[in-house]
Design a protein around this ligand. Sequence first.
Ligand code: AGP
Length: 605
Amino acid sequence: MCGIFAYNWNENSIPFLVEGLTNLEYRGYDSAGVFGITKNGKIFLEKATWKVSNLAWKVELNDKNYKSGIAHTRWATHGGVTELNTHPHFSTNERFFIVHNGIIENYAYLKEELIKKWHKFYSETDTEVVAKLVEYMFEKDLITTISKVTKKLVWAYALWIIDVENPDVLIGTKFGSPMIMWVADDACFLSSDINALSNHCHEFFTLEDNEIVVLENWKHKIFNLWKEVNREWEEMSQEFATAEKWKFETFTEKEINEAPDVLLNALKGRINFEEKTITSETLTELNELDIEQIEIVASGSSYFAWVTASYWFKELAWMPCDVRISSEFLYDTFLPNKKTLYVFISQSGETADVRESVKIVKEKGCLTFWLVNVVGSTVAKMCDFGLYTHSGIEIWVASTKNVIGQLSVLLLMALSFGSKRNLQIKEVRKIIWEIEELSSLMKIQLENTKNIRKVAEKYSKYNDFFFLWRNLLFWTAEECALKLKELTYLHAECYATWELKHWPLALVWPGFPCVALNLKWVLEYKTASNIKEVRARNTTVLWIITKGLDNSELYDDIIEVPETSRILVPFTPMIPMWLLSVEIAKILWKDVDKPQNLAKSVTVE
Ligand code: AGP
């Protein structure tokens, strides 16, 4: 999940390279490095562990007049966080410099072969193996060599190379990992995704697997197995204007505050809000197909969003719905069903497990549907149908507003399928009206956060949490627990409230608080009696409860959420619970936007 960036200008490329890395830092922030070269072959190489700002400071002290260069911000896969393991890497003869995003699965075998040829390695990375393989296999020119070298790699990779003996040329190729590029009359950019380019260009094109791009003095050519290919320009979506924090301390808080608008933006052009009817042509097309059930493949927050949707598909459309974690789907026995709609959900549209799962389903000729946020991403290009969540740029690691966008589109899909089956039009209109009202209720939640900071002060002192749920609230509890773990590094686990008696009660004690989701229309009275069992063991209870459902003897602290219909209940705890995790993270001095060991987009298996 690294971020790589390359740049070919007539001078002063280093600051642009560092700026590109800064825009890509959410893809990995273990370490960063930059390589530059002048027209006459003078080179510059600088590396720094941890944040890009450390590299920027080191670069600041150096001459910057380099014509082109390559840069990399790392999420460590092979080898620890050290300067030696930081990209760019280079060949033994220091002629070829390379940056790479992805994983070379057979790197150990290739490394052994190169050691037998007297190559010595300074790092633990798979990327250094590629640099030395280029040197070892070099013949004629770099394009020929790259074509031969990549045939030996068990992918995925996006890699860019500069040959010190040919400083005017920058070569890139990819398989599996994303690669975007933009060419102007006096500069060329290459990037792992479009976010790094959004304040420099308004159009870009995407490289396909096995293509090789050659940038030479601002001219570019793309080859696929020697045949030159032309690539259509894609318009940079206005949603990818560079994200600014504005009045918020962190990007994550900014994105949480955008959630109420995202709820409705996801439906724009797909619902007639005046008549409360569904107008999405994609969903109308889907309704004309013989689809009997849904199977979903996703990871992380995207996976939990689908669990909620599985309830909606059953309750509103009477459709069976199976939910699969993408990394498991990949290696499970796939039983293809032509009457199943296989839905792939991913904010980035680049998650490797999801991407590879699409291939498995397509190979069997089954119907694939994408629900992604990043326009033009790999998963979106691979599937037969799809819808964007239109959540706008979601830069930082914790996925928040896009989860609301995903849920909003999923609910629309369930309503659309339901309206073709037995769901009454008046029920559809009622839910559409409630969605609009929910957006206003979420805005009110954002205005009333004082209590959350008070609760955060108290609960930041604990190390372990139980999140208790029933029925439709499974995903909500899992998503709340995920954000607490992801942002604060505290331990949390979820369990069905009525299951406590079977074993979890053994863990319950005052130092292991229970966060109990007890929301109206979701077995609220049974949940209350289950929590009485917990209270009888003298534990600490944080009560997430629908306004008015007060059980003061059952809790130590309370976070109230607005009342909605049963279908919309899963949305209501999200904002306060995400903000609670952010506040606890701040109290514990964690980096909210860049949680340790993580990255925004998991582009390697
Ligand atoms: C969520 O906060 C995490 N950052 C992570 O679980 C994320 O949802 C997961 O990696 C899936 O990403 P995707 O939606 O881009 O596929």
